[in-house]
Design a protein. Structure first.
Length: 366
């Protein structure tokens, strides 16, 4: 089992998808000793629901706790400290994760109420909550989403919930990127279960969810965030904390040489989440026919990057074909391997948003 391996599954049964990832990763064997104290760290920054694109889906926490208990692990805690503007105690109830903890009789630890100690994080003093330091194995459950300051937020930045509020304030005065990278030299993420179900387009507090219906599993947080950046249409080094964390030895950004293990094929586009106005405006440029969630979501992220570059002006709406309904059919321009017979096409199942951006820059005629 290599740290370059990562796992992906698509679907709508999020709890079962989480279990499927953990089974494929053989997580129980990796943890080993049943007596270990295992910490589960979701992203619950504010009193939001997961459908907003802001917080971890409670079904994923349910899946993790179910898997661990079925494999004989009992020393489990779920922990989080919301951002300064919200109370963790309220946020965990609004998102539904508190109910999951009650169901499994697993304690939820509010890190806003925890004591802390200051550590040397590769030359930078950083205060970390004591409960985070007392776990033997940490499972991180970040959300792949945009961020108003760091562009992307994922596994590395989700560690920020393990520091006290006073340190969170200091991180912002330092510019976020450098302290986030240094924090991850003292917070070891043993496994990352990535919520790529409907993270927000460009804002950490949600409001513009992009439905992907995908859950992924990583061993390496730098690789995870590099994949997240490419999934949203950026290069990994466009996000400064990814580059800095790699330089500090936290992990590797080399997505090109990573091994993605797909546990199932694509699923039809999810319809239960009503798209926001912003996402709907981007979707006008696509002509989907039975498009899988991850493929269609990648196109939405790519279109948002092109909008930021001013490249949507004058483009024909409904001009980009995408989806299984185009198999064996011909056309002018398409995205995804299902449009392989088109005159201009980009392969991939699904293609990354960063590749869609490059393709459309060159091939999407006015």
């Amino acid at each position: 089992m290599s740290r370059n391996d990562f796992y992906a599954v698509q679907g709508e049964d999020y709890k079962q998808m989480a279990i499927q990832i953990l089974q494929a990763a053989e997580l129980a064997a990796d943890i080993g000793d049943k007596r270990k104290r295992i910490g589960i760290k979701p992203n619950i920054l504010a009193a939001k629901t997961a459908s907003s694109g802001a917080v971890t889906h409670p079904e994923l926490v349910d899946g993790v706790l179910t898997y661990l208990k079925e494999n004989g692990f009992q020393n489990l805690v779920v922990m989080e400290g919301s951002w300064i503007g919200d109370l963790t105690s309220q946020a965990v109830r609004v998102c539904g994760i508190y109910d999951i903890c009650k169901k499994h009789q697993v304690p939820f630890l509010d890190l806003q109420k925890d004591s802390f100690q200051t550590l040397d994080a590769a030359g930078m003093p950083i205060s970390v909550c004591n409960e985070a330091l007392h776990v033997d194995y940490l499972i991180n459950l970040p959300v792949l989403k945009g961020h108003c300051q760091t562009t992307v937020t994922c596994a590395l930045k989700n560690s920020k919930g393990l520091i006290p509020n006073s340190e969170k304030r200091r991180f912002h005065t330092l510019g976020l990127h450098k302290p986030i990278a240094h924090l991850n030299t003292v917070i070891r993420q043993d496994f990352i279960l990535l919520d790529n179900i409907c993270g927000d387009l460009d804002f950490e507090e949600g409001g513009n969810p992009v439905v992907m219906n995908r859950v992924l599993g990583f061993w390496d947080p730098v690789l995870c965030d590099s994949f997240a950046a490419e999934s949203m249409g950026y290069q990994p080094y466009d996000v400064a904390y990814i580059r800095l964390a790699e330089q500090l030895g936290v992990g590797s950004s080399d997505v090109a040489h990573a091994n993605m293990i797909c546990l199932n094929e694509g699923v039809p586009k999810e319809t239960k989440y009503k798209p926001s106005r912003q996402v709907s405006q981007l979707a006008l440029y696509a002509e989907p026919k039975d498009a899988c969630s991850a493929c269609y979501g990648s196109l939405i992220y790519a279109l948002d990057r092109l909008k930021d570059e001013g490249r949507l002006q004058g483009k024909q709406k409904g001009s980009i074909a995408i989806g299984q309904g185009y198999r064996t059919k011909t056309g002018r321009i398409g995205v995804g391997q299902c449009t392989s017979c088109f005159a201009k096409t980009l392969g991939g199942c699904p293609p990354k948003a960063v590749d869609i951006v490059a393709f459309l820059r060159e091939e999407w005629d006015v």
